[in-house]
Design a protein around this ligand. Sequence first.
Ligand SMILES: [Zn+2]
Length: 64
Amino acid sequence: MTKWKCDNCGTVHRSNPSKCRSCGNTVLSPYHGDEGGLLDDPRMRYGLIALAVLLALLVLIAVL
Ligand SMILES: [Zn+2]
């Protein structure tokens, strides 16, 4: 999930507030920190694709 970082003081907000809670600045930019969502991690994405392929193969084996 995208977080929002205050352009003025750098405070990171979980959701997009109308203004910064710390300084009241109204300009916030999308922020992708290191603690981003799991799906933002490419390794996690490949892991999920591998898991989906594995499940598809298992279903195929069960059907045949
Ligand atoms: Zn601020």
